[in-house]
Design a protein around this ligand. Structure first.
Ligand code: HAM
Length: 436
């Protein structure tokens, strides 16, 4: 039997329903925030990621899926979304629009050749946003508020927002110098990778999973002690905005993030539920004021974040939040002679916005009642020959156990009334709207 590739997974059953539910919430949320949807290719020229993500990051040095296409071009399956969205922003001249900032969101699979473990896959889904054109700390705060709002809407309680600042180019440079001075006398204590990082990009040492617990790491200088005045001010503003939005946060000087492109604000949201495991970072992001320029000679600042769907699903499981809509509005029980009427009625119900189903297995009536229960059907419609001759339907309310005889033409109005009283579902916002 051929099996799925290592580090990938199939979606089906309840998980599929939950994912679709979350995707609907995402779309509605991005509409509320007035962000536009962008979709970019799943593979791009390898050079894009080398320039954007950084030559010395683990992602680029160890984790990309690279291949030569049949025209001998070097291609890479995208390990993250930011680089592709920036490429698209530049290539499609979005920077020339008269409405700024350009606020975008995206959703789709990303690929990293990592050692698979809980919360770490080789193909995983990210939802993310990128905001282009604003230097203002308000944009940073808005971006941080998006995952927080999403997690809140989904009912998650155990989350923690951690923020830090890397400062502008000048502050980062000063910090880099301080790191070099700090690690230089201790080079022999560091792993081979870190020795290389020391000469190429000392900031990367702080992300090392091998040397993580060394005393020398714990005593490393902190970015916030090297911020110049402008950078300090920016960071203070971000915090003021978070406070007035009622978003609790902690400052974590250790957050430098595993990608090269950040300046100023960086943040992560972690699941603070006990036993969640080591991959508890639900999402991460920050500001990148030089990245667009590095990729395409257009000097536009950016800020964004991305969250992993798999970790979000795990968090929901840990907090025992069930988002599945496992109910059916109507289940039609047909008889051999009334199948045509059954399928015609199904069509009418579905066009009118009801979730409806019937029996395709020629079950007997008892088995059909059982099936309707398993599907959590609210109403059952018995479609017997006698009833049809009288133009009547037998409708049973599974909640109240009451039975009604209803004229066929009155069925939709009857159901509309019944559901109007109680419907709270996300999609219809309180009423089962008829499809246009
Ligand atoms: P990242 O921290 O590399 O940032 O990834 C963001 C999120 O994607 C992580 O917090 C995690 O939830 C999820 N994730 C990453 N790798 C894996 C994996 N192997 N398996 C499962 N989930 C994973 C970025 O990708 C940046 N592009 C974020 C950003 C957008 N910064 C600015 N704009």
């Amino acid at each position: 039997m051929i099996q799925k590739p290592k580090g990938t997974y199939d979606v089906y059953g309840k998980e599929g329903q939950t994912i679709l539910y979350i995707e609907n919430v995402l779309r509605a949320l991005m509409d509320r925030y007035d962000y536009e949807y962008v979709r970019t290719p799943h593979f791009e020229a390898s050079e894009l990621f080398h320039r954007a993500v950084g030559e010395t990051t683990d992602i680029v040095t160890k984790e990309t899926y690279d291949f030569l296409d049949r025209g001998e071009r070097k291609m890479t399956l995208r390990p993250e979304g930011t680089a592709g969205v920036i490429r698209s922003f530049i290539e499609n001249k979005m920077y020339a629009r008269d409405v700024m900032p350009v606020k975008t969101w995206y959703y789709g699979p990303m690929y990293r050749y990592e050692r698979p473990q809980a919360g770490r896959f080789r193909e995983f889904y990210q939802f993310g946003v990128e905001v282009f054109g604003s230097q203002d700390a308000m944009a940073d705060a808005e971006v941080i508020s998006i995952p927080v709002t999403l997690y809140k809407l989904l009912g998650l309680k155990g989350i923690k927002v951690n923020i830090n600042s890397l400062g502008d180019t000048e502050s980062r440079e000063k910090y880099r110098e301080a790191l070099i001075q700090h690690f230089k006398p201790h080079l022999s204590e560091l792993c081979e990778d870190c020795k290389e990082r020391f000469s190429k990009n000392p900031l990367r040492i702080l992300d090392c999973k091998v040397d993580h617990d060394l005393e020398i790491m714990k005593k490393a200088p902190k970015t916030i002690d090297y911020l110049n005045e402008a950078s300090k001010k920016h960071f203070e503003k971000v915090q003021e905005y978070l406070k007035v939005m009622d978003i609790p946060y902690s400052i974590h000087p250790g957050i430098v993030r595993g990608l090269d492109y950040y300046t100023h604000t960086v943040f992560e949201v972690e699941a603070s539920v006990e036993g969640f495991g080591s991959q508890n970072v639900l999402c991460g992001g920050g500001r990148y004021n030089n990245l667009v320029k590095n990729i395409g000679d257009v000097d536009v600042p950016g800020v964004g974040f991305a969250l992993g769907m798999e970790r979000l699903m795990t968090a929901l499981r840990y907090e025992q939040i069930d988002l599945c809509n496992n109910t059916l509005d109507v289940y039609i029980i047909p008889f051999e002679e009334t199948k045509k009427e059954a399928i015609s009625l199904l069509q009418e119900l579905r066009l009118s916005g009801f979730k409806a189903d019937t029996d395709y297995m020629n079950k007997n009536i008892k088995a059909n009642f059982k099936q309707a229960d398993k599907k959590n059907a609210r109403f059952l419609i018995l479609l017997g020959e006698d009833e049809l001759e009288q133009n009547l339907l037998t409708v049973k309310d599974n909640h109240t156990k009451e039975e009604y005889k209803i004229q066929k033409e009155e069925l939709i109005a009857f159901l509309d009334e019944a559901f109007e009283e109680e419907c709270t579902c996300e999609e219809c916002g309180g009423s089962h709207e008829e499809m246009e």
